[in-house]
Write a protein that binds this ligand. Structure first.
Ligand code: AGP
Length: 611
């Protein structure tokens, strides 16, 4: 995610842009920039680092005089955080400037076409393609901005919210969106565009919510709207009564809940650009099928929730690609002198890309000449930079300490890798791959369905705010899901919780089960149903209250357990992506019910950069 703003009115633009961007920093904060028309030309300033660096550089905007401008705070997806990759991007002669939130999925193809037409690129970003494409169509179609914009949005694929300045039209800001949020604010001081409501609330509470394919044309006194073909349309403004703090969370009470609800989009953003014509394209992997066939063993190394995704995906890499996998906690891996032989691939998974143990594990593998791949959310982070290859998750900034959307993106990133490896090694056919991809592309919608259960889960959670011990059990992938469900609960509710391989209960833990102890049984692996059911009976006879999370086609389980949460049917390898949703919501509502600081739990940090 990134944050974009724009302003045109009677006030100086730059201070208003900086103020708006400061309300959007939660959307991205690795670099920032502004473009302001100074009466003669478009002046552009960009910096890496937090927004305050840009404010200092421009003396809070004083060095960028002008009444019209656009601004951007970045969460890098394509191209490292750097000044050249920061927005705004612009055409050769700086007469067109663009800020963008989203991912242009066909940017590489368009970039190649533009290069053939003589365009020169400065950055590695997908956004710069938009600036040059606008230039191309602007000059091709009588220098008409609206026509140029309509042509561009019919060519680009992916998601975008764009703010645009044309030096030849210095009294107009253009904006358009598809799948990335965009609003227009109307105020006495002038008119504004922004990725989100918080950026304009200081000036107005009357906003227009832009729908997909809609274009906005703002001057200091007028706002006009057009459809995707450039035909005028009418829109009604809405009055916002949120306070600014709530607005930064898009109206959600906590960032964690907001991020739980962002999972459908985050998962879609992570998989869609990598599925083309029923095949998997992971350009950043940089491995030929031949090199994939040479892999003899995989280590998945991570911490916390990232480690739990590795425990899940061991079953998938081994089940589909038939590659032996070891999953290690990074803090153990780095000190146990692992035997890393030729043909080994070490995959380091990390949302922050800065976890000290995971970074040390990466360095250990590299010292031994082992090929390393990072699966990372923060572009340009240490692990992303130091791994031989990096596959980014596109979850956007994750603010809550307890990970949710990044976790879900780490899962699907590994699903894609496992399927790509399986196909390259001839373990699955084209048709089988097509079916797997179809089921994977269903996940965002199925997550959406599960998010509709929140009232039922909140009610259930309220019964356990005083719980002392909660257990999660499962077998195979269900055990991995139990690990994450247990961590979510304990890290934000401070309730002691443990996850157990269901078959392990009788080796000790079952002695802890008492009357009313909550045991959450994850039962999504059909071939293990019977085994897990017998473990459920074991704890039931000792007084446990059992909540089952199981597939919608397994209603018989109601004869054995006390409560059931059903998940939509999906491939057995993908059930974690669905079963984890109610467990995230359960943990969230228990924490809320206890009145705790959900987003910043005690003793924890978003990134553990110390050992
Ligand atoms: C997850 O909810 C926790 N906050 C924590 O376990 C986290 O997953 C772990 O610290 C790893 O962080 P990373 O993904 O940034 O490396």
């Amino acid at each position: 995610m990134c944050g974009i703003v724009g302003y045109v009115g009677k006030e100086q633009a730059a201070p208003i842009l900086l103020d708006g961007l400061s309300k959007l920093e939660y959307r991205g904060y690795d670099s920032a920039g502004m473009a302001v028309y100074d009466g003669d030309k478009i002046v552009i300033n960009k910096t890496t680092g937090r927004l305050k660096v840009l404010s200092e550089l421009t003396h809070d905007g004083a060095t960028m005089p002008g009444n019209i401008g656009i601004g951007h705070t970045r969460w890098a997806t394509h191209g490292e955080p750097s000044e050249v990759n920061a927005h705004p991007h612009f055409n050769e002669n700086r007469t067109i400037a663009v800020v963008h939130n989203g991912i242009i999925e066909n940017y590489q193809k368009l970039r190649n076409i533009l290069v053939e037409r003589g365009y020169k690129f400065r950055s590695e970003t997908d956004t710069e393609v938009v600036a040059h494409l606008l230039d191309y169509y602007y000059n091709k179609y009588d220098k008409d901005p609206l026509t140029a914009l309509v042509k561009v949005i019919h060519r680009v694929e992916g998601s975008y919210a764009l703010g645009i300045l044309f030096a030849d039209h210095p009294d107009v800001v253009y904006a358009v969106r598809k799948d990335s949020p965009l609003i227009v604010g109307q105020s006495e001081e002038g008119n504004l565009i922004a990725s989100d409501v918080p950026a304009v609330l200081k000036y107005t509470r009357d906003v227009f919510f832009i729908e997909n394919g809609e274009i906005a044309r703002l001057t200091k006194d007028t706002i006009a709207f057009y459809n995707v073909d450039g035909e005028p349309i009418e829109k009604q403004s809405k009055h916002i009564d949120w306070d600014i703090n709530a607005a930064e969370k898009n109206g959600y009470e906590h960032f964690m809940l907001k991020e739980i609800y962002e999972q459908p989009k985050a998962v879609r953003d992570t998989i869609s650009p990598r599925i083309k014509d029923n095949d998997i394209v992971i350009e950043e992997l940089g491995m030929t099928d031949e090199e994939i066939r040479e892999i003899k063993k995989i280590y998945i190394v991570a911490c916390g929730s990232a480690y739990h995704t590795g425990v899940t995906c061991k079953y998938i890499f081994e089940g589909l690609a038939r590659i032996p996998v070891e999953v290690d906690l990074a803090s153990e891996f780095r000190y146990r002198n692992p035997i890393l032989e030729d043909g080994t691939l070490v995959i380091i998974i990390s949302q922050s890309g800065e976890t000290a143990d995971s970074l040390a594990a990466l360095r250990l593998a590299k010292e031994q000449g082992i090929k390393t791949l990072g699966i990372v959310n923060v572009v340009g982070s240490s692990i992303a930079r130091e791994a031989d290859k990096v596959m980014y998750t596109w979850a956007g900034p994750e603010i809550a300490v307890a990970t949710t959307k990044a976790y879900s993106c780490q899962l699907v990133a590994q699903y894609l890798l496992a399927l790509k490896f399986a196909k390259a090694r001839g373990k699955i056919t084209e048709d089988e791959l097509k079916e797997y991809l179809h089921e994977m592309e269903m996940l965002p919608n199925q997550i959406e369905i599960l998010l509709g259960n929140k009232e039922k889960i909140q009610k259930f959670a309220n019964r356990y705010v005083a719980a002392k011990d909660v257990f999660f059990i499962g077998r195979g992938i269900d055990y991995a899901i139990s690990l994450e469900g247990s961590l979510k609960l304990k890290e934000i509710s401070y309730i002691h919780s443990e996850a157990y391989a269901a078959g392990e209960l009788k080796h000790g833990t079952i002695s802890l089960i008492e009357d009313g102890t909550l045991v959450t049984a994850v039962v999504t692996q059909e071939e293990l149903y019977k085994k897990t059911i017998s473990n459920i009976v074991e704890v039931k006879t000792r007084g446990a209250y059992v909540l089952a999370v199981t597939n919608e086609d397994n209603p018989d389980i109601e004869r054995t357990v006390d409560s059931v949460i059903y998940i939509p049917k999906t491939n057995k390898y993908f059930t974690n992506s669905l079963a984890i949703i109610p467990l995230q919501l359960f943990a969230y509502y228990v924490s809320v019910g206890k009145g705790l600081d959900v987003d910043k739990p005690r003793n924890l940090a978003k990134s553990v950069t110390v050992e």
